[in-house]
Ligand binder design. Structure first.
Ligand code: GRF
Length: 202
């Protein structure tokens, strides 16, 4: 069974969608651990409630060694690292050790509205200000380039003139909660192949 580590920085609704999919029998994997980027985040409460091991690896405490600490906790223990609302950028050895084994969910249609400093409500605000008619979410592999790894799955939502960034965020989040478990399911079934920087779903 695929063993995963989930990294989170906030409320953890995406983590919850993974937990719920496993509980419903729709996802055959085990969450070995949840790593939070700070103490007080609700994602850690969600994990503890399910009896999942939790760790806090904060930038404040670990500074430049944050990614190495995460690598120390995960190496040999999990097959896949899932960034579910994790706000820091992974760098260094962890990207080599877990090459094509780290995925992220981003709340826009990559390659639009992504990259450094594009996270949370800022993404939805930029989408609304641009006047585009569609937004969505993307699950992708993580590499050295922020939001630049091979795209696994995307889902589209409409953007309406009256939307606020909060309303759009909610509409996108509903899709995220289906897309992330689906991507993990495909990986667990060995159905995601990377060819020349693009993925093919077998
Ligand atoms: C989600 O929109 C996710 O795409 C982004 O951060 C948000 C976190 O939501 N990376 P949650 O913590 O999973 O509720």
């Amino acid at each position: 069974m695929l063993k995963i580590a989930v990294l989170a920085s906030g409320g953890g609704t995406n983590l919850q969608s993974i937990i719920d999919s496993i509980d419903a029998g729709n996802l055959n994997c085990k969450i070995e651990m949840v790593i939070g980027s700070k103490d007080e985040i609700f994602a850690l409460e969600r994990a503890k409630k399910k009896g999942i091991k939790t760790y806090v690896v904060s930038k404040k405490e670990y500074k430049d060694t944050t990614c190495d600490k995460i690598l120390e906790l995960t190496k040999g223990k999990v097959d896949l690292i899932v960034l579910a609302g994790y706000l820091s950028i992974l760098q260094g050895n962890i990207l080599k050790e877990f090459k094509n084994k780290i995925i992220n969910i981003h709340p826009s249609l990559i390659p639009s509205f992504c990259g450094p400093r594009m996270y949370g409500l800022k993404v939805h605000e930029a989408v609304i200000n641009s006047g585009v008619r569609y937004s969505g979410c993307t699950v992708h592999f993580v590499n050295e380039e922020v939001d630049g790894g091979a795209i696994i799955l995307q889902e589209v939502v409409p953007v309406y003139f009256e939307d606020t960034k909060e309303i759009l965020q909610k509409r996108v989040l509903e899709k995220e909660h289906k897309l992330l478990p689906k991507a993990i399911d495909l990986i667990s079934k060995n159905k995601v192949e990377i060819i020349n920087g693009k993925t093919r779903i077998k």
